[in-house]
Design a protein around this ligand. Structure first.
Ligand code: ADP
Ligand code: MG
Length: 233
């Protein structure tokens, strides 16, 4: 599903150049649930922003679902991003003036889906994350865990082929974290491919594979042998 080869990404500030990703190659297959780990500053977010077509890279190749997406312009990448990728941020990034339902409908507005179908699909996505009773609320009227569930509903409403999440539980308490990981495990069991950054090893236990980064390089790639099943017990 995702294949990158020899990705290099540098940031230049003034006359200093920093290598954020140093020749990274990896493959993600459909159906995987993968954690990206590593210390702060190791390049995790940079990698996910590139994989999510939110940022460009200096050199290397990126193939997404068989299509070379290495050299797209902004318009082309926005189109593919909207179709193929659901992105979830640590800080939720909800629109404060819009209701929960309107927030979830937003990607469908961009995709040109008509109002009635938009509403139906958004309601279904909200039901999927257990938020049917909060559709009219504004983001400041719900809890952090509920905000993140809205963000998940928004990310899945387009049926993306891959869900990407950058520290999705970084702002949540441990009980809420478990709730969010259960939703991820259920979505994965239903076939959604998930790629998630986390620095918490307990959170990585919910995944099937752990990629570890250090100093912009992929230093370890391990199956997560004892995938935590407690969620389904
Ligand atoms: P992580 O998510 O693992 O904490 P990042 O991908 O955010 O790491 O950052 C990797 C490196 O790139 C860090 O040294 C960071 O300071 C640097 N960096 C990230 N974004 C920028 C930017 N927009 N401009 C300059 N340097 C950046
Ligand atoms: Mg980061």
């Amino acid at each position: 599903m995702i294949s990158i080869k020899n990705i290099v990404k540098t940031y230049t500030t003034g006359d200093e150049t920093l290598v954020a990703l140093d020749n990274v190659s990896l493959e993600i297959m459909a159906g995987e649930f993968t954690a990206i780990m590593g210390p702060s500053g190791s390049g995790k977010s940079t990698l996910m922003n590139i994989l999510g077509l939110l940022d460009r890279f200096d050199s290397g190749t990126y193939i997404l679902n068989g299509q070379n997406v290495s050299d797209l312009n902004d318009k082309e990448s926005a189109k593919i991003r909207n179709k193929e990728i659901g992105f979830i941020f640590q800080s939720f990034n909800l629109m404060p003036r819009m209701s929960v339902l309107e927030n979830v409908e937003l990607p469908l507005v961009y995709a040109g889906v008509k109002s009635k179908e938009r509403k139906e699909r958004a309601l279904k996505a909200l039901e999927r994350v257990g938020l049917s009773d909060r559709v009219k609320h504004k983001p400041n009227e719900i809890s952090g865990g509920q905000k993140q569930r809205v963000a998940i509903a928004r990310a899945i409403v387009n049926n993306p082929s891959v869900l990407m999440a950058d520290e999705p539980t970084g702002n949540l308490d441990s009980k809420t974290t478990v709730d969010i990981m259960r939703i991820f495990q259920e979505l994965n069991a239903e076939g959604t491919t998930i790629l998630m950054i986390t620095h918490e090893s307990e959170v990585s236990l919910y995944t099937k594979r752990i990629l570890t980064f250090n100093d912009g390089a992929l230093v370890d790639d391990q199956p997560q042998k004892s995938v935590y099943k407690g969620a389904f017990a």
